[in-house]
Design a protein around this ligand. Structure first.
Ligand code: SF4
Ligand code: SF4
Length: 354
């Protein structure tokens, strides 16, 4: 575990928030709405990484699911809002970047970004374990679909410094066989790491959104809702949310800020991306953020951080943690701990993130 003396040694270093785009994109779930277009099939045991079209035939369970998935993929490929390209996964490169983070003169707050499931890849887990033990690590932010048992997570977390780990668990009711058990596991995990649950506002799940959120909050879980970005029934979301949908989302969203950016696609304005937040790819290349990849160096060579917030080069910021870098966010909200998804409204005077 980290000692107080080590902590104080790094307290003087500036904090650097990082989204590390690992390129790991394989999942053991196959949600129809997945932004990384996971292959269709059974919800267990997938550890390979093959292109979707070659895997579609391996585990077909529902014709409507296949049609929905293919339609979603086709629409997304034709859309100007296709997810930004992510450099390809490599075990060796991944661990090299993780080890390099230990040498950077910052208090590192790293979100290990995956397009699949974190905990089905032993190397991804090993990197997270190493990162949690670096002297200069402030936080390791991870994501999981919570498809393992609590006992399995306990085993996976052996050797981690859990006092530095924050976890977001995404709730995917179309894939979960036993929802009661899933919530029970979340409650147990919440005892050992800083946990937040995310619910996706995919149109077919809207009817249960409020009840699912209330049910989880009733057992002490912190829950946030994420807007669906993509195509459903020939319509593009979030633009296609109805007025009733928007009223519901406004009610269940974590904050007005989240709603503005994720549902209303508010223009981002000036942003701290590149100042004390960066996106790092698996080759060590550093960009202001992962949405509009303005290059600002490489972790193995030079890091050319910006001196002050600058205008967003794009028109929308809807990555669920990157939109927290806007000047507007910092003026009105404050992160409160390890978890990049937990924040509170500032009262009453603005200040900057430490
Ligand atoms: S759990 Fe997440 S990564 Fe896996 S298929 Fe579902 S949405 Fe995609
Ligand atoms: S507002 Fe969002 S998209 Fe724009 S620079 Fe900042 S993080 Fe990137």
């Amino acid at each position: 575990m980290r000692g107080t003396s080590v902590l104080s040694e790094f307290n003087d270093h500036p904090r650097l928030k990082v989204r590390f785009g690992t390129g790991w994109d394989t999942c053991n779930y196959h949600c129809e709405y997945c932004v990384t277009d996971q292959p269709l099939g059974e919800t267990s045991g997938a550890t390979g990484s093959l292109p979707i079209l070659t895997r579609i035939g391996q585990g077909i369970t529902s014709p409507s699911k296949i049609a929905g998935k293919l339609s979603s993929i086709g629409k997304r490929l034709a859309s100007a809002q296709a997810p930004p390209e992510v450099a390809e996964w490599s075990e060796e490169k991944y661990l090299r970047v993780i080890d390099r983070f230990a040498e950077l003169p910052f208090r590192m707050d790293v979100r290990i970004g995956v397009g699949g499931e974190t905990f089905i890849n032993k190397t991804v887990v090993e990197g997270a374990r190493r990162l949690s033990n670096h002297d200069n690590t402030f936080a390791v932010n991870l994501i999981s679909n919570l498809s393992f048992s609590f006992a399995q997570y306990q085993k996976i977390f052996q050797g981690f410094d859990l006092s530095r780990v924050a976890l977001v668990c995404s709730f995917h009711p179309t894939e979960i066989k036993d929802v009661d058990k899933w919530i029970e596991t979340a409650v147990q995990i919440n005892q050992i790491v800083d946990l937040a649950i995310v619910l996706v506002a995919w149109p077919p799940l809207m009817a249960e959104l409020r009840a699912n959120k209330a049910r989880m909050e009733a057992v002490g879980l912190e829950v946030f809702v994420q807007a669906f970005h993509g195509w459903h029934d020939q319509e593009k979301y979030p633009e296609a949310y109805s007025d009733d949908d928007r009223a519901l989302l406004r009610d269940v969203f974590y904050s007005q800020h989240d709603f503005d950016h994720m549902v209303d696609l508010k223009q981002p304005g000036k942003c701290y991306a590149g100042v004390d937040y960066v996106y790092v790819d698996i080759n060590g290349n550093v960009s202001r953020c992962g949405t509009y990849k303005t290059p600002i160096g490489n972790v193995f060579k030079q890091l050319n951080l910006l001196q002050r917030p600058a205008a967003c080069p794009g028109t929308e910021c809807w990555c669920d943690t990157e939109n927290l870098n806007t000047v507007e966010f910092r003026e009105n909200y404050q992160l409160v701990g390890l978890n990049q998804h937990k924040y509170v409204r500032r009262q009453p005077s603005p200040a900057t993130i430490d």
